[in-house]
Design a protein around this ligand. Structure first.
Ligand code: ADP
Ligand code: MG
Length: 703
């Protein structure tokens, strides 16, 4: 139901003030064919454009499905326009050098739908308007009536609830007009069609309701809402404040899958994606009915943005989310019942033995190849990156701002680091084909070796001011002041003025990169290794010897690219990582530790006896927790030997691999028994439509 309430619209051109709509109110049914009739200049187009979100009203309200649009954000409008409304214009607005098929497909591009699905739907839409045979022609090879039918197909390909047509037959002769109108009439069956015309005969013949306008006012309405219908309207709760606060996460998502492209939604989602993976996103999205259509289209493209991630340690948000959504009732008795939060938090944790998993993947390359676009490895090694500013040394990675805000413990931090969304320095994928085509290089070159890095801007071509500190464009002294405020107990006001930088300011910015193993020195007096990072002279000496890193390029998402792989940040190459891993592996401190795997070389205590030094995490790279492995993979520990035969024991049958998509899910599912292979497959193939709480529990119970 669309409600137009006391809408006013005035155009100002120079000194001229033109009232286009003067207090217009109109309620439209979900399913009717409304003709808006009136002389030229009476405000018809303005009204239609406001209904379709193409133009903003000055005053009054447009209420869509009981929700006021007063607090709609640009994104809400985008989503409404892209998914709820189809437009047909008098002038067709087809793109001349593209085929009919491409023209119709284009309307789907914006919705983040896969190529094959787009093609399929576009052909169906062209078929519906009787132009399937001509789909490879260009618009110039068509008659006016045919072109209008193409634009009708384009308007309908998204299956919108509302179809808006502005003088669709204005340029057509009578006979062709009737053909187009017949098609329009077909369309109306299950949606609202609003057509602007100045042809009263056409309105009479086809519309179920005629609204006459003149001078921006409604003169006459042939079929207004009955008293009962109006009463039902006012029964409907009207959510007056659809503001940021009243819109739930799920509602926000359900507004459209398109929101995924926006930074904010992506930030939220990436956080979830990191811990629960792409399946989680599919589930979250499919919970809200509005997006089921799009679930079926989560394919390769989307996977490039939200790859399946398998982490050594994960804390799943899923059990939390399930509990948030469960409708456990408070008990009726005179007692207070507990809500089992702790079990859920513990249940969300799991660990995988990625070393063995990697050797399994490595030894089954040919088997995996047809199903995988790319497998990338990340190591839990945070490069220690510094920059010089005059005589001073500032550490820029790990990012000091994130550390100040979130500290280094707890779920938030693990969520942030696991998705690396908070880290300004990040690693490029090994395969440049995965991302380079999605970006436009604004200046310089893509990094080619360990000494080069690229600055990636966000989807709007901006970069956060936090990055300016990382890059040294803003001074370290200023950052110290900022951090003081961020860390202070009672908050405080910051007044960081917006700045802009030239490409030349940014290119050539340089850093020094160290492995954290380089902070440790043997103390022969106490016979322990100790962290000397806090010693200024030691640090300076170490940083001087670090690997040089320089910004050689600036990239931003290419125009029209809806799915991009990298979030904003400074990206270094996997080669840099390789060098750091080698430095760590070759370092005396790591060698010493490997020599006495049971004894903590920092404290000379036995591991496990006392809390180990959490500052040193490189051991993650070199030791295998057999018990954790057994738990993760549910294999009898006695049968365990850490080589690939552990996996052949699991009896993975290549014939089970029937996935149309991306990865070897059956064996993956076997490796992670919590995932049921069948369900996994169904989700990835889009076979599961509305996912119920039950299904979610089924899949994630053991994760
Ligand atoms: P119709 O579609 O019924 O011909 P419009 O809605 O296009 O009428 O226009 C209504 C009035 O608003 C007209 O007087 C027109 O000149 C004015 N108008 C419409 N759009 C604009 C605009 N973008 N800028 C200035 N005046 C406009
Ligand atoms: Mg007009």
């Amino acid at each position: 139901m669309l409600q137009i309430k006391n809408i006013k619209k005035t155009y100002h051109t120079g000194n001229l003030i033109q009232k286009a709509l003067d207090d217009v109110s109109l309620n439209l049914r979900d399913n009717e064919f409304v003709a808006i009739l009136g002389p030229s200049g009476s405000g018809k187009t303005t009204l239609l454009n406001i209904i379709g979100g193409l133009d903003q009203y000055d005053d009054g309200d447009l209420i869509i499905n009981g929700i006021s649009t007063k607090n709609y954000t640009d994104k809400d409008w985008d989503s409404y326009r892209n998914h709820s409304v189809g437009f047909v214009f008098q002038s067709y607005n087809l793109i001349p050098h593209q085929t009919l098929l491409q023209n119709v497909e284009l309307a789907l591009t914006i919705s983040g739908i896969s190529k094959e699905e787009r093609r399929k739907r576009a052909i169906e839409a062209l078929d519906a308007v009787g132009l399937k045979e001509q789909m490879h022609k260009k618009p110039s090879q068509l008659s006016g009536g045919q072109m209008q039918r193409v634009s009708l197909a384009r308007a309908l390909v998204n299956n919108p609830d509302i179809l808006l047509a502005d003088e669709p037959t204005g340029a057509l002769d009578t006979q062709t007009s009737h053909q187009v109108m017949d098609l329009l009439k077909d369309v109306v069956k299950d949606r609202l069609v609003v057509m602007v015309t100045h042809n009263p005969e056409l309105a009479d013949e086809y519309a179920t309701r005629i609204v006459k306008v003149r001078d921006g006012k409604i003169l006459n309405d042939s079929n207004p809402l009955t008293r009962e219908e109006t009463a039902r309207l006012s029964d409907q709760p009207e959510h007056k404040n659809l503001g940021k606060t009243s819109m739930s996460f799920l509602t926000a998502l359900s507004l459209s899958f398109n929101n995924l492209k926006t930074k904010k939604a992506r930030t939220i989602l990436t956080a979830f994606a990191g811990s629960i993976g792409i399946i989680g996103i599919a589930l979250i999205l499919s919970l809200s009915t509005g997006v089921n259509d799009y679930i079926t289209s989560i394919e390769k493209e989307t996977l490039s943005e939200y790859p399946i991630q398998i982490q050594k340690m994960t804390s799943s948000m899923m059990s939390m989310m399930i509990s948030m959504m469960s409708d456990d009732q408070a008990p009726d008795g005179d007692y207070v019942e507990e809500f089992p939060t702790l079990n859920m938090m513990a249940g969300g944790k799991s660990s995988n033995d990625l070393k063995s998993f990697k050797s399994y993947l490595d030894s089954h390359q040919e088997l995996l190849d047809p199903y995988v676009r790319s497998i990338e490895y990340k190591y839990s090694l945070t490069p220690q990156i510094f920059r010089y500013e005059d005589q001073d040394i500032y550490q820029v990675c790990p990012d000091p701002v994130t550390q100040a805000m979130f500290g280094s413990s707890g779920m938030v931090s693990s969520m942030l680091t696991s998705t690396s969304m908070a880290e300004m320095f990040q690693e490029l994928p090994e395969d440049p084909n995965l991302y380079q085509s999605q970006y436009e290089l604004k200046a310089g070159t893509w990094p080619k070796n360990a000494n080069e890095a690229v600055l990636v801007l966000d989807s709007t071509g901006l970069m956060s001011d936090v990055l300016s500190y990382s890059l040294g464009l803003r001074s370290g002294k200023e950052l110290d002041d900022v951090l003081k405020v961020l860390q202070s107990k009672d908050g405080g006001k910051l007044d960081v003025k917006k700045e802009h930088w030239t490409y030349d300011d940014i290119l050539g910015r340089s850093f020094k990169v160290l492995s954290s193993s380089q902070f440790y020195e043997y103390d022969s007096k106490f016979k322990v290794w100790s962290d000397k990072k806090d010693n200024a002279d030691f640090l300076k000496n170490a940083v001087d010897k670090g690997i040089d890193l320089k910004i050689t390029g600036i990239a931003s998402p290419a125009k029209g690219e809806s799915v991009t792989m990298l979030t904003q940040g400074i990206y270094y190459t996997p080669e840099l990582m390789d060098q750091l891993i080698k430095i760590a592996a070759d370092s005396d401190v790591v060698k010493a530790q490997l020599k006495t795997p049971k004894i903590n070389i920092m404290t000379r205590d036995e591991f496990g006896k006392k809390p180990k030094d959490s500052a040193f995490s490189n051991e993650d790279l070199f030791t295998v927790d057999e018990k954790a492995f057994a738990e993760a993979f549910r294999i009898d520990e006695s049968k365990m030997n850490l080589d690939t035969s552990a996996f052949s024991d699991m009896n993975i049958n290549p014939a089970d691999l029937n996935l149309s998509g991306i990865m070897d899910f059956s064996s993956l599912a076997q490796a992670l028994p919590a995932m049921n292979a069948e369900t996994f497959n169904q989700i990835m193939n889009g076979a599961i439509k509305p996912v119920t709480e039950e299904t979610m529990k089924e899949i994630f119970t053991n994760v």
